[in-house]
Ligand binder design. Structure first.
Ligand SMILES: C[S@@+](CC[C@H](N)C(=O)[O-])C[C@H]1O[C@@H](n2cnc3c(N)ncnc32)[C@H](O)[C@@H]1O
Length: 356
């Protein structure tokens, strides 16, 4: 019976499982999970023939917060022979749809990382053999925008989970992690968080139309300016709110006004296009302030972090989003909310909201 494999940050397996269990249940599918604390991967076994496939059709991957990637696993091969790893793998793929691409992956853990060299080495023979058998598209026909992705998720060099995902309804990045280069001119590494948020939480079309030259933005908890740098880089005029010092080169652009105000009481003189917030505080307190901005119409788009130091992170996030939904709906505000536990996030998740 097939099952779901979901990758997450090490230490967040229980949250990832709690979320998929709840969301599957809403669609009428129940199941049970298996995880190892710190293992960076969750197996979810839904009850019923074809239930795993159904879940990946009914649920939208972009609505999952704690999962970096998912696929439907057909077989877990626990005892591969080092002499012929490919034979049993090919046998499994022979029962499945022809693939457009194939990825070889492992958990994002210290143990998992030991497998990255092996995965790189094994990828060529695996792809060549699957192509010879007509099970994988040729290099020329490879398609990364649609179709079927094959997954070989290695637990050890002789233990692999074999399965497939729909390219359109999964993460486009290997292991669900976009590889971003730290921009040398940015004042802090946090800059990558906002860049990743825009990549993970918005479509290419949305980035084109929501991140425009001439837009205005407020950055709450801005110092030293990693997030402000991203906004400035898009040609925006930014009000950066923080008691701490801002990076001098960034200030020299002339696009930034630094205000030593409190992020929780500051309000803009006129509505702005963007408000971003990277303040470290209680998630409910941050969410309430974000809500106020949206209810008052002080911004149209927002990206903010919710720190989650508690044990039951999914339950807390769920509660917060329900409260936000009630308040926005009551005021007749239509909105879209997407949230993700980004690769560059640690004990927090990042949220994007757009009002209409
Ligand atoms: C994680 S850092 C922000 C890093 C920033 N996003 C960057 O990319 O460089 C959090 C910032 O929030 C600021 N902060 C915390 N509480 C604040 C408050 N109540 N009002 C304004 N700033 C606050 C801190 O001074 C700190 O600079």
């Amino acid at each position: 019976m097939s099952f779901l494999v979901l990758y997450c940050r090490s230490g967040f397996e229980k949250d990832c499982l709690a979320e998929i269990t709840d969301k599957a249940m809403l669609g009428g599918v129940s199941g049970y999970g298996k995880l190892e604390d710190g293992g960076g991967v969750v197996r979810f076994y839904p009850y019923g023939e074809g239930a795993a496939e159904k879940l990946t059709k009914d649920l939208s991957f972009s609505n999952l917060i704690f999962a970096r990637q998912w696929f439907v696993a057909t077989e877990e091969l626990t005892d591969l022979s080092e002499q012929d790893r490919l034979g049993p793998i090919i046998e499994v793929f022979e029962t499945l749809a022809r693939m457009d691409v194939l990825v070889l992956e492992h958990a994002d853990t210290n143990d998992g990382k030991q497998l990255s060299k092996f995965c790189r080495k094994f990828s060529n023979p695996a792809r060549q053999n699957l192509r010879k058998k007509g099970l994988l598209a040729s290099k020329k026909e490879e398609c990364h925008d649609g179709g079927v992705r094959g997954h070989l998720f290695f637990v050890t060099g002789t233990h692999v989970i074999v399965g497939q995902s729909t390219i359109q309804n999964s993460s486009q990045w290997e292991m669900g992690v976009p590889r971003l280069k730290f921009p040398a001119a940015a004042p802090s590494r946090s800059t990558l968080k906002l860049e990743e948020a825009w990549l993970q939480l918005m479509t290419a079309e949305e980035r084109m139309s929501f991140l425009k030259f001439g837009h205005t933005a407020v950055d709450l908890g801005a110092a030293p300016g990693g997030w402000t740098w991203q906004l400035v880089n898009k040609g925006m005029k930014v009000w950066s709110i923080d008691n701490g010092p801002m990076n001098e080169e960034l200030m020299a652009t002339g696009q930034v006004t630094h205000l030593r105000d409190d992020a929780f009481t500051y309000r803009p003189k006129r509505p702005v296009d963007w408000m971003v917030c990277d303040v470290v505080d209680k998630p409910a307190k941050v969410a309430d302030r974000m809500l106020r901005w949206l209810l008052e119409g002080w911004c149209r788009y927002t990206v903010f972090n919710l720190k989650l130091p508690m044990k039951q992170r999914w339950a807390e996030v769920h509660r917060i989003f329900e409260r936000m939904d009630e308040a926005l709906t009551e005021k007749g505000i239509q909105y879209e909310l997407r949230a993700k536990h980004l690769y560059h996030d640690r004990e927090e998740i990042t949220v994007f909201i757009r009002t209409r």
